[in-house]
Write a protein that binds this ligand. Structure first.
Ligand SMILES: C[S@@+](CC[C@H](N)C(=O)[O-])C[C@H]1O[C@@H](n2cnc3c(N)ncnc32)[C@H](O)[C@@H]1O
Length: 244
């Protein structure tokens, strides 16, 4: 019976072109393919075939990294441009975490958290190994950024070990929201800082949670979070920012 269930599940999966990743769930595979396709977008942006990518104008010749092959040149040029994505998303200054250890839940393959100055950074994502496999140079970005390949539901860090937890457009992507919240609370030091950008929307394959204020407040109740910002986002969805 168990074998039959597995067989049926296998043939219900999304069609896949990249068999290196057959072991991933549909949700993980879809997220990975988004970021794999982003490399093509970075290359088109680098080559000036698109004039901008997420409002960043295509780079000048002087701004282009030219030390590697085309893929890596494009990724490095994207990474090295001055990005304020995370400070803007979280509504904090770049020096907000000076001297602290900061954990980013669902960090993705681009080291946007390096915008935060003079702090130690841990990027946690369950696709870290696969991002390396498709060509993101995660281990070369910076000595102050360490990547951890693990789910937010099971953070391989000791209790009360980080000064701050951040998350940008990612905590609505996890498989188990309440479990991830418990893990965030566990690894955070007493009086630690939490800053999260949380997207409210109808569930999708890669964003399975329909969140609202009540769910966020209840899941993170011991931290007494405050919603510090809310704005309309694409397709009648809402983007919120939460803080300790
Ligand atoms: C939309 S991306 C955001 C990445 C990054 N924060 C940014 O703003 O560029 C969402 C990320 O959440 C990650 N993710 C999804 N489920 C996860 C889980 N259970 N544990 C850890 N990361 C997860 C995905 O792999 C993906 O990298």
């Amino acid at each position: 019976m168990l074998h039959l269930k597995r067989f049926v599940r296998r043939f219900r999966r999304l069609p896949r072109s990249d068999h290196r990743f057959d072991y991933l769930s549909d949700k993980q595979y879809a997220a990975l393919k988004f970021w794999d396709k982003e490399i093509d977008n970075f290359i088109a942006w680098y080559n000036g075939e698109i004039s901008e990518h997420y409002q960043s104008p295509a780079p000048s010749e002087a701004a282009k990294v030219k030390d590697y092959d085309q893929r890596l040149n494009a990724i490095w040029t994207w990474v090295r441009r001055d990005s304020s994505k995370y400070p803007n998303a979280l509504r904090i200054r770049r020096d907000h975490f000076v001297g602290k250890t900061v954990l980013d839940i669902g960090c993705g393959p681009i080291p946007y958290l390096l915008a935060f100055e003079d702090c130690q950074l841990i990027g946690l994502d369950n696709l870290v190994n696969e991002y390396r496999e498709v060509g993101y140079p995660l281990d070369e970005y910076s000595p102050r950024l360490k990547y951890v390949a693990a789910p937010g539901e099971q953070i391989p860090l000791p209790t009360s070990s980080v000064d701050a937890v951040i998350s940008v457009n990612a905590i609505d992507h996890v498989d188990k929201f309440a479990t991830t919240a418990r893990e965030v609370i566990r690894v955070l030091k007493p009086d630690g800082i939490v800053r999260m950008q949380i997207h409210y929307h109808n569930p999708t394959l890669t964003e399975p949670w329909k969140l609202d204020d009540a769910v966020v407040l209840q899941s993170f109740a011991p931290l007494g979070l405050n919603k510090i910002h809310e704005e309309p986002y694409t397709g009648n969805t809402v983007m919120t920012v939460w803080s300790t």
